[in-house]
Design a protein. Structure first.
Length: 440
């Protein structure tokens, strides 16, 4: 069985698994009940945990399908037949009304070769020396991409090896968020910034000062204490991220694959900027307010005693979110910090997370999904309940548009490619965020 067939079969198997996960998500969400009759759904802790777990598994399968499809495209490209010989084409070509011959044909027709042949090839020291004359031994071409000249030998076959694409897709903070859509241009809501729990056992009778009852007329009925909740309204803008690339129309016509590469880099450029804004956006009205600049977020600094194990520091930061009654679902950290965590060893020189590597290298630590991205500062990290305490909304998904209707584009023959998206970030439970600093 060919590699292409194997990959196609795996894609179909993964799609079946994804359909099962989607059906499970529907079953869970359909089980949520509106017990108030006012649209307020009641979700149990078990349902919530099961839903997030199934959603995470579905996202992983979806990511695998996308990766397998890219792999399939590579294999199909490699299986395609190679192009014809440029040397053979040149040998039969006609330029300026004269037929151009290959080096071999020119040599066999030369006077020097005939002299050597007539002498039975016995004349010592004889060398076939002949001028180029009308014979073409190299070809010059004008490339719209690079300009200048390009030389192709008459012998052999030329092959266009193209441009190597970026091999690794950078980690994206967006991957930690469940998909959310909006049709608005601004988000607003209520953010809880404090909770004082005063719940206690309430006796039937007690003294007015709350002391145990004395059994006389001064006793009063027990009173439930008052807990305190603090809320503050907030707004979050929907912002646009965009950039453009100018490309000559001839380049796009002559190198069709270049359009795909440019489109991909436009999208990746947006995604990297998106990650930076999600983390560090200033929230000045034109940018989203990043998670590191959200008021009310918790902070964590690794202890000196734990500096040898960054994985241990991640676990302690997760505890802070758990104590605030939020289950952390993901971690964002720099690739250099993730490298140190993956290579941590015990005192007997055994890798600590080797089990995770052995089962496929899934990026998880302490049951939390990991995104390693250069968008975050080295030495810092973020532990959070993504999709619950913080939500990412898409107003317009990433798109790449092409136009010549700008400036002198039409007259000068270039095309403007524009990549853009519109997103918003809402954080209504900032205590679910833990902004971490590794011990130095």
């Amino acid at each position: 069985m060919s590699t292409v067939t194997d990959i196609s079969k795996r894609i179909k198997e993964l799609e079946v698994k994804l359909e099962v996960k989607a059906a499970r998500l529907n079953d869970i969400s359909n089980a949520w009940k509106d017990e108030t009759g006012q649209g307020h759904l009641v979700v149990s802790n078990e349902q919530h945990a099961d839903y997030l777990k199934t959603l995470g598994e579905a996202k992983e399968i979806k990511s695998l399908i996308a990766a397998q499809r890219e792999h399939l495209g590579i294999e199909e490209y490699l299986d395609a037949p190679a192009g014809g010989s440029y040397a053979a084409h040149d040998a039969a070509g006609i330029a300026s009304g004269r037929q151009y011959k290959s080096l071999a044909e020119a040599y066999l027709d030369s006077e020097a070769y005939r002299e050597m042949k007539d002498g039975g090839f016995r004349q010592l020291g004889q060398v076939a020396d002949f001028g180029q004359g009308l014979y073409s031994f190299e070809r010059k071409d004008i490339f719209s991409l690079s300009a200048g000249t390009h030389t192709t030998p008459a012998f052999g076959t030329a092959e266009n090896v193209g441009l190597s694409e970026r091999q690794r897709r950078p980690g994206r903070v967006r991957d930690l968020f469940p998909s959310e859509q909006t049709q608005s241009n601004i988000l607003y809501g209520i953010r809880q910034v404090g909770f004082t729990n005063a719940a206690r056992t309430v006796p039937e009778r007690e003294q007015p000062n709350g002391s145990p009852a004395l059994g006389n007329d001064t006793d009063v009925f027990g009173r439930a204490p008052k807990s305190k909740l603090q809320f503050t309204p907030y707004t979050a803008p929907i912002v646009e991220l965009a950039h453009v690339v100018y490309v000559h129309k001839n380049t796009l016509a002559d190198e069709s694959r270049l359009r795909g590469i440019i489109d991909r880099d436009l999208v990746d450029g947006l995604k990297l900027r998106e990650d930076e804004d999600i983390l560090y956006g200033t929230g000045n009205g034109d940018t989203i307010q990043g998670l590191f600049n959200t008021p009310g977020a918790q902070s964590f600094t690794g202890a000196e005693a734990d500096k040898a194990y960054k994985s241990l520091q991640l676990r302690r930061s997760a505890t802070k979110a758990i104590l605030a009654f939020y289950e952390p679902t993901g971690v964002v950290l720099h690739p250099n910090d993730w490298e140190q965590i993956e290579t941590e060893r015990t005192t007997d020189n055994q890798y600590i997370i080797a089990v995770s590597v052995a089962v496929g290298g899934e990026k998880r630590v302490w049951r939390m999904q990991v995104v390693d991205t250069p968008a975050i500062n080295q030495g810092t990290f973020l532990t959070a309940s993504f999709g619950y305490g913080a939500k990412l909304f898409d107003r317009e998904a990433v798109s790449v548009q092409a136009s010549t209707e700008t400036g002198e584009a039409f007259e000068r023959g270039y095309v403007v490619l524009r990549g853009s998206e519109r997103i918003g970030l809402a954080v209504d439970r900032p205590e679910s965020l833990v902004l971490g600093q590794f011990a130095v």
